[in-house]
Design a protein. Structure first.
Length: 148
C-alpha cells in the first residue's frame, strides 16, 4: 500500500516535464539571441541597422549579427565617403577645398566589386551602436533602396 502512495501521479509528472521543456526552450532561445546579437531593449523603436566604429577610424553601417562572437558579420553594408570639392570663393582667385560627405553602398563603386557582406574581427571594433528609425543614415539608406 505504501508503494502506491509514494509514486508520483501521472498528472504531476506531465507538469514537471512541461516545466522542464519550457525552461530548456527559454535557455536555448536566450543563448541564440545573445549569440546573434539580438537586443531586446525597451527604448524607442530601433532600426535593423547598426553603426560599427573601427580602430582605424572607419565607420560601417549595416545589419550586424554575431555581435558577441570573434567575427561580427555585417550585411547590407554602407560607409561614409569623403571627397574634396573645389569651390571658388568670391573675391579670391584661388579655389578653396571643401569636404563633401556621402553615404556609399559597398560593392557598387569599388573596383574590386566586393560582396555586400563583411566579416569584421571583434578586436578591430571599438563599439557598436543601434541606429534609430529617424537617423539620417537610415533615412539615406531607405531613400537609396527606394530609388532602385
Amino acid at each position: 500500500m505504501e508503494q502506491l502512495m509514494d509514486r508520483p501521479k501521472p498528472k504531476n509528472r506531465l507538469r514537471v516535464v512541461v516545466l522542464l521543456a519550457t525552461v530548456v526552450v527559454l535557455v536555448l532561445l536566450g543563448y541564440y539571441l545573445q549569440k546573434n546579437g539580438v537586443s531586446l531593449g525597451l527604448g524607442g523603436r530601433v532600426s535593423d541597422y547598426q553603426a560599427i566604429f573601427l580602430t582605424n577610424g572607419q565607420v560601417y553601417f549595416g545589419k550586424a549579427s554575431g555581435i558577441n562572437s570573434n567575427y561580427v558579420t555585417l550585411k547590407d553594408v554602407y560607409y561614409l565617403q569623403v571627397s574634396q570639392v573645389l569651390q571658388p570663393v568670391q573675391g579670391k582667385k584661388e579655389n578653396q577645398p571643401q569636404q563633401s560627405i556621402s553615404l556609399a553602398k559597398l560593392g557598387v563603386t569599388e573596383l574590386h566589386k566586393p560582396k555586400d557582406e563583411m566579416m569584421i574581427n571583434r578586436d578591430q571594433i571599438i563599439f557598436i551602436e543601434d541606429l534609430e528609425m529617424d537617423s539620417q543614415v537610415v533615412q539615406a539608406i531607405n531613400k537609396y533602396k527606394a530609388s532602385l
